[in-house]
Ligand binder design. Structure first.
Ligand SMILES: N[C@@H](CCC(=O)N[C@@H](CS)C(=O)NCC(=O)O)C(=O)O
Length: 275
């Protein structure tokens, strides 16, 4: 993929923690702790992973994992409010026109590989690093269960709750109640699980990383964590992890400026049909 042609090519400097400037050639070639890899001495010299990102619960999953694994990575914001997810360069690595996606220049066989779908990316990074995704079959099944539970349940339901509560042009009570109640039910499922387990799959794993961003936005989905004490304990534990703090601190200036009432933005995000 020729990144220099991509309109969203932006290098994120860890010290600056913003993504608001164009990269120089030196930036592009730089290796090491730009946004990942706190202790460079422990990492073999390798090209940074490219993270195609927008600051949303699905994007956070991957920045959290990269930070937890201390991997060097470069953030390429994909401005989904401007329609950059439809650029041919991005569709080549993410045919569903959704963030997140990654390109690992050091993929299998030493050749680059791209991965889309946040769950697939988490599993890929877990296999690659041997971290937060156990090899032992029983432990791995537990992680997969909760990861797929997030991908097929919590994520889609929370996404719809957010949509109908905040973005629908008219308040449709049936839709608001349906999705708010579903998120409430799913939070209850997590709460019950976490009453008996420190983390969703026992030990801290990619399954927790997949869920935490949605719990972070609980209020937007009409949920009060006070109703879910075990979930609240879990959330506060994860939120306090230094890697998670770093991931949540990544700023994309353009994202803060998006006006969800702008008809152009709404047409891009909410008017999609087959192309
Ligand atoms: N199942 C996908 C969902 C990704 C997704 O919905 N991404 C949203 C941001 S959270 C997006 O890229 N939206 C762009 C659009 O709607 O065009 C995943 O987990 O990777």
């Amino acid at each position: 993929m020729d990144h220099s042609a991509a309109p969203f090519f932006i290098f994120l400097d860890r010290k600056k923690q913003t993504a608001d400037r164009k990269p120089s050639r030196a930036d592009r070639l730089r290796r090491g702790p730009a946004t990942g890899c706190a202790d460079r001495r422990r990492m073999p010299r390798q090209k940074p992973i490219e993270l195609y990102y927008w600051p949303t619960p699905n994007g956070w999953k991957i920045s959290i994992m990269l930070e937890e694994c201390e991997m060097p990575y470069v953030v390429y914001p994909v401005d989904i409010a401007k329609g950059e997810q439809f650029s041919p360069q991005f569709l080549a690595i993410s045919p569903n026109n959704r963030i997140p996606a990654i390109v690992d220049p050091n993929g299998p066989g030493g050749r680059p590989i791209s991965v889309f779908e946040s769950g697939a990316i988490l599993q890929y990074l877990g296999r690659k690093t041997g971290r937060f995704y156990p090899r032992e079959e029983r432990a791995r099944v537990a992680v997969d269960e909760w990861l797929f539970w997030q991908m097929g349940g919590l994520g889609p339901m929370a996404g719809q709750a957010n949509h109908f509560r905040r973005y629908a042009p008219e308040k449709i009570a049936y839709a608001v109640d349906r999705y708010t109640n579903e998120v409430n039910r799913l939070f209850g499922v997590m709460n019950t699980r976490l009453a008996a387990h420190e983390f969703l799959a026992g030990r801290y794993s990619i399954a927790d990383m997949a869920c935490v961003g949605w719990v972070r936005l609980a209020e937007r989905m009409g949920q009060d964590l006070v109703q879910f004490p075990h979930l609240k304990r879990w959330f506060e534990t994860i939120r306090a992890r230094p890697a998670v703090k770093r991931a949540f601190a990544i700023r994309v200036e353009a994202a803060s400026a998006v006006d969800m009432k702008d008809p152009k933005v709404r047409a891009i995000l909410f008017g999609q049909t087959a192309r």
